[in-house]
Design a protein around this ligand. Sequence first.
Ligand code: CU
Length: 658
Amino acid sequence: MPNQPIKSVRRGRPIALVLTTAIGLMIASAPMSVPAITQWQHETMVNSPEYKQQYGFWEVLDLGANKELNTIHAALLPTGKVLLVAGTGNDRETFKKFHDEGKIEVLKTVVFDPTTNTTKPVETPADFFCGGHALLQSGKLLVAGGTSGYELLKGAVEKPAGKMSIHNEDPDSQPRLLKKGAKFTAPSGKQYVSTQEVMIEPATKIEMDGGATVHQSTAKVFVEAVEADVSYVTDQTEQYAIEGTTGTDKQNLYGRGGPMTLDKQDFRGDNQSYEFDPISEQYVKAGDLKESRWYPTLPVMTDGQVLAISGLDNTGTITETTERYNPDTKTWSWGPSQPFPTYPAMFRTDSPDVLFYSGSSAGYGPIDKGRTPGYWNTKDNSFKTVTGMTDPETLETSASVALPPAQGSNDGSQSTRIMVAGGGGVGESERVTNRTAIINLADPNPSFKAGPSLPDAVRYLNMTVTPWDEVFAAGGSSNYRAKENSYSYKAFSINPTTNQITPLANEVVGRSYHSGSLLLPDGRIMTFGNDPLYADKDNSIQGKFEKRIEIYTPPQLFTGSRPVLKQNDPIKATRGQTLAFESDNAATIRTARLIPPSSATHVTNIEQRSVAAIVKTDGSKVTVSLPNDVNVLPNGWYMLFLTNDKGTPSRAVMVHVN
Ligand code: CU
């Protein structure tokens, strides 16, 4: 068996019987849905060696009682283990326990080892639910942003609430930390409390000939009335006194807030950032974000710095600000402002300052702003749109992926093409598409061209780049958050060289909103999460978060031949270096691919991309020459897969390019 033995709730019926003719015929045709045949026939079919060799195999993992969590984020670490992050996991009760009762133990993170199917709980210091993740060049995982407030629909809001802007006019003061629960008093005497801790910097003083100008500093926070009483509603914007201030201090430090209403409240972001250390398996505090962010995208730039883009701030308003993380100082500084919807799909280009925005995003933001794909120069803040996207109104909840190099290529190239697939209209829209569109960033005037059509029109398709130069796609639903049980259980591979789509075994668990997928170091693919609005076809029963993880073993791992490298990882390497390996199956090896360990959330996984290295074999010797171009192979961690003439990859060797 190419993969580790796994405790599976799916397996259980040994296949020793001769297959019936009917089942034989089923295998020859495309995967079938369960109702078309009996459950027994289905189980027999999907467990047969012939079926696995053609369509692959899904296993639903059993992690054991009380060990499952609302996996919203998953990140592969350089150790080969996977960090599964829930935070408060889009669960209102859990959020209340954490936020109102201070029970930090309800926050969930685990380290999952896919080779043993074991999990280890990790102490989680903050609510990372709907934050962002980026694997730093050091191998530590940056986790930034998260949740400071849950959405409340109109009718559910009991305490009048609104935005408060805090002003400091004193340049000689120290930075002031206002704790969560700080009281703000309106001229009417009514009091409101802050829902989050907030820091206010001193005002700045600019000395000029003969005088000085003072620029007040401001910070913002969301406040709510001290009691659930409609008399706290006001449409006025007024000055508020901050509890604990008197005299001049009170004149210099104050709030300006209002209106205070019972209107719908959006989710609110948080400003924490941490580095998760994959060796000690602990979160280590880093500097706070300048802006709170819920649903930020965190692309790692070629120089190793990380941008934080988009997100809802701590008042529930989408932000156009961006900021930049310096891993050396572990601090954030402002970047240029540019409007994008939440979790925008951003790809590095061969110009270190320029990101390509594919147009995919994950659920919040104005309909008429920041939705057009294009190139964003993060230095001069220019934005150049590209044309050719069909169905541009259905980019929300679409999937974007950097396509692998040409199949079988052994020339040190990397694909410069980005594919966008599926998606829906903005918000709770009924629009959905089966469109794929491909842009080649190496073209002189790049524009999107139509790609192969998906088997179904779906939102929330999970796409995974594979070492055998195909994209593995699975899941999604035709309706917003899988309403009417509109899951597509289909999985298929997309060959970007021929544009051919090949059906694979159906997944067992439906996946839509709050789902993702990750390529594992052994060539298998993990899928996780799903957060449906409803649990039934009639939309009458409230949906439940899908805790089960599923792992797909592709046909390539059922060929009975797998290149084995006599090599312990991780290994250190430099760009342009030629690495030497020994392998008994050296003669079968055809390609070498470098794929970074990536982070996935909300069907967004921007770091996965595949770089071809040049592989040569001689007897039992295998040499792999790494590309020398920093824009193709920036510093950082990579999984090196050697793939044979049957498309079967070796287990990845972890390589740290530095
Ligand atoms: Cu979310």
